[in-house]
Ligand binder design. Sequence first.
Ligand code: ADP
Ligand code: ASP
Ligand code: MG
Length: 462
Amino acid sequence: MTEFRPLVMKFGGTSVEDAKAIDRAAGIVKHRLSRRPIVVVSAMAKVTDQLLATARAAGAGDRSTALQLSRALRERHYNAAGELLGTGVFTQFHSELEADFDSLDELLRGISAVGELTGRTTDHVASFGELLSSKIVTQAFSARGINATMVDSRECIVTDNTHTRAVPQFDETNERLCQTLKPLVRNGCVPVMGGFIGATRSGVTTTIGRGGSDFSAAIVGAGLDAESIEIWTDVDGMMTTDPNICPDARRIRVISFDEAAELAYFGAKVLHPATLLPAIQKNISVYILNSRNPGCEGTRISARAPACRNAFKAIAAKKRITIIDIAAPRMLMAHGFLKAIFDAFDRHRVAIDVVSTSEVSVSLTVDSNEAIPALAGDLAKLADVKYDGRKAIVCLVGENLRQVRGIAARVFSLLPDVTIRMISQGASEINLTFVIEEADVPEVIRRLHTTFFADLDPEIFD
Ligand code: ADP
Ligand code: ASP
Ligand code: MG
């Protein structure tokens, strides 16, 4: 028998935010039953933020706030389940949800008694979001005639123990995914898994980083050699820029893996930056689709993008960036000096996005985070160090950048009044990246969008 290739469908937070959304998701899955779907769901919209706020309150010893926040979450999940399920089923299922919320409350009481929140307990609290949503979605699907089975992701997605941004261990994960999911799919079941969560080899709950359910879907898709991976969200696809900043952003019909990966890395939140790597390795097409408008064909992301007459496919912006300037006259280009600098970043586990160097200094950008003061203290042993937050990276992406001349001049001539702190072009040959003040992002994006996305190739853009 030739091996079948399943379809992985991931529903983001807004696509499971309430009973109506989950009902819509059930309809979408029903249409694809013949393609053997495996469903990955996020926590209901905003639940992860709320769980983390709850954990922080408990960590600060504020037990009553923590329990109050948890009560609101309990209410919301009960309401959604109640609306989705008939009274008989809901009564049975209610006690399961109740047990989960009771154990969440017990955990919160424990954290507030100790008054300390570790990465490990943070992950444990956060995991309730996807755990609960996957249970509710499974019940709702079953009540709508889908042969759905909940699969606990912690039994399949094996990670290291870097809590809050754990790294998947692919060999073991793939083995467990095949063992658990293949027999279910073969028997006509639709497995429903929570995204974002996993567990270490010894079974300790972990999470793989904010927005990580997209990545979970890609891990499952690559592990099972899926036919495609569908990311169902609240917009019509990958757009020419964030539609929240520019309401006239247009849908991109098709984009290459390389272009989409750059956009995701530099801030297009619609796709988690780690999502595409597993898909690229297995050459699995990824689609971005709108669960509120399932008739729209969305965006197809695949190995090769067809020719396009526009210079750029899209503009992304990544906020909450800090620039670190390291000045070391004479020493900088000395053998081993840059290595010493990068070693310090490595020790503090801080990832660098953009780099620019001169003879006497190097500037780097990092995501703003609490490790920066300690890192800067370490770097100060080597050189003079300054750091400056509230910056943003703007990134223009397009395969045509390889060929088009004078494009940088056109871009910067539109921004004569904007302070540009760093510029980078060439690393991937398909992006032009620069760093500005965070407050300038909306104006800069709108100006660039108006100019470069006025006359669009209808083959590529909607
Ligand atoms: P989900 O909860 O489904 O994972 P996200 O909120 O993580 O959804 O991602 C979808 C959001 O990404 C959109 O609502 C939109 O505001 C934002 N976004 C940013 N850049 C883009 C872009 N280039 N194309 C589409 N959406 C984008
Ligand atoms: N629920 C997680 C988050 O909000 C993961 C996801 O939605 O992708 O970060
Ligand atoms: Mg997301």
